[in-house]
Write a protein that binds this ligand. Structure first.
Ligand SMILES: Cc1cc2nc3c(=O)[nH]c(=O)nc-3n(C[C@H](O)[C@H](O)[C@H](O)COP(=O)(O)OP(=O)(O)OC[C@H]3O[C@@H](n4cnc5c(N)ncnc54)[C@H](O)[C@@H]3O)c2cc1C
Length: 402
């Protein structure tokens, strides 16, 4: 038995075994052995999800021994990476080959397969989540077979597998669409909220990446703008120089390689809920959550984050079939979040919100079915691949069966 905990400490479990396979073959052996003894198999990335997605009493797989870039094609701008590679381990090796990820989220500590499996995203109205950057993947299924899928080969599985919470199999390798290496100019500014909202639409569309954090303590916005630039790098852009709560909370200007500029550090632990609403409802939903915090939860000092995402066609994507605004709320890991998150969730649900799969929510299969245009197609793929529920823990049963 081993103790396992997620990043925020909200999830703890004691798997019978935690295993570190070094090849597809070893993953297949683990899955077959677990099947023979009727055990559940879960796979963990770096445990940065706030929900008990990885939790199991049985077999937990870590792909920490399956890391690194397998190959890169600089002409086609694609690369294959081992699924256990941390996002921060991709920047330098890809840069050496003149390549970079199209977009990234707020941090780069996650395993690439973990980030992909929950639809982890950054911001930008023309950009999708990291899952949309995947052009093919390989995984070990419940029978111990190794399957490969892409838009050209088993496209139904491909549309399901890119956001699948480890419910279809253990992803061992991902092929990514990349950009030529580029620098980003980051500008973080403190502004009156009114100015931020009055210029939001224009700035969202005039910049490659635009987002804002609203701070309840002084009702102001910190806007964050990122654009590709030819400007020289500013001296030593530090990887992860976030401040205070670790979210954008200090004005700054810096230029550096995209993979150095995207991530910020998260020094203080917190719990988080995030829902994605149709883009046109974003501001209204944000204002309702702000009102809730000011009226009823004024003790919460953590910010609301407001980001955009382009529509995509991945079955369980938060942006499946619709342009999206993702709104996140936070609370210190040591503080009670339950009442605040429950009140906010009621607002998010009235706004047709879809929960971030890695962040806190209370939804079950019956609630989720009506939120995703291709929900039934995902369920059909899941039943085809794992009829015995080898990869289902209690949370995944709630999401896909109950
Ligand atoms: C500080 C912090 C900042 C964050 N910032 C953002 C952000 O900016 N944008 C955003 O969208 N999200 C963000 N998140 C959420 C986070 O990106 C997701 O929860 C992500 O899934 C975590 O990746 P992980 O490697 O820790 O995966 P885990 O949490 O370990 O696992 C997540 C899921 O992926 C599955 N999985 C992992 N590896 C595999 C594999 N090889 N094959 C199949 N399934 C697999 C697991 O079974 C599980 O279902 C943040 C979370 C934290 C704690």
């Amino acid at each position: 038995m081993a103790d396992w905990s997620n990043w925020s400490g909200s999830v703890k479990c004691q798997p019978r075994e935690v295993l570190f396979p070094t090849s597809d073959g070893e993953v297949a052996t683990i899955v077959r052995r677990a099947a023979a003894s009727q055990q559940v198999v879960r796979v963990a990335g770096t445990g940065h999800s706030f929900m008990p997605l990885c939790a199991t009493d049985d077999v937990l797989i870590s792909l920490d021994s399956l890391r690194g870039v397998q190959w890169a094609d600089t002409v086609r701008r694609t690369a294959a990476v081992h699924a256990g590679t941390k996002i921060h381990e991709l920047g330098a090796p890809l840069a050496k080959r003149g390549l970079a990820l199209e977009n990234q989220g707020d941090i780069d500590r996650q395993a690439i397969a973990g980030a992909v499996s929950t639809g982890t995203h950054g911001t930008g109205p023309t950009l999708g989540s990291i899952s949309t950057q995947v052009v093919g993947l390989q995984m070990v299924t419940a029978t111990g077979d190794v399957v490969d899928c892409s838009a050209e080969s088993d496209s139904e599985l491909f549309a399901a597998a890119r956001v699948s919470l480890g419910s279809l199999g253990v992803i061992t390798s991902l092929r990514l669409r990349l950009l030529p290496l580029y620098r980003l100019h980051e500008q973080v500014r403190r502004e009156p909220l009114e100015h931020c909202l009055a210029t939001l639409d224009e700035r969202t569309h005039a910049n490659r990446h635009f987002e804002f954090f609203w701070y309840p303590t002084d009702d102001c916005a910190f806007t964050k703008t990122l654009n590709p630039t030819e400007l020289p790098a500013t001296p030593e852009p530090e990887e992860g120089d976030g401040q205070g709560a670790g979210l954008a909370s200090a004005e700054r200007d810096r230029v550096g390689e995209s993979w150095q500029i995207f991530p910020t550090a998260r020094e203080n632990r917190f719990n988080e809920m995030e829902y994605s609403v149709p883009a046109e409802r974003g501001v209204e939903c944000f204002l309702q959550i702000r009102d809730l915090m000011q009226r009823k939860h004024s003790s919460v000092t953590w910010p609301i984050e407001f980001r955009t995402q382009a529509a995509d066609d991945i079955f369980l994507s938060n942006a499946s079939g619709r342009a999206t605004v993702a709104i996140s709320i936070h609370q210190g890991a040591e503080l009670r979040h339950q009442e605040f998150f429950a009140d906010a969730e009621a607002i998010f649900r009235r706004q047709q919100g879809r929960p971030h799969w890695g962040k806190m929510h209370s939804l079950a299969a019956r609630d989720l079915a009506e939120l995703y245009p291709h929900w039934q197609r995902f369920l059909a793929v899941r039943r085809r691949l794992d009829p015995a529920g080898r990869f289902l823990n209690p949370l995944l049963r709630r999401l896909f069966i109950d």
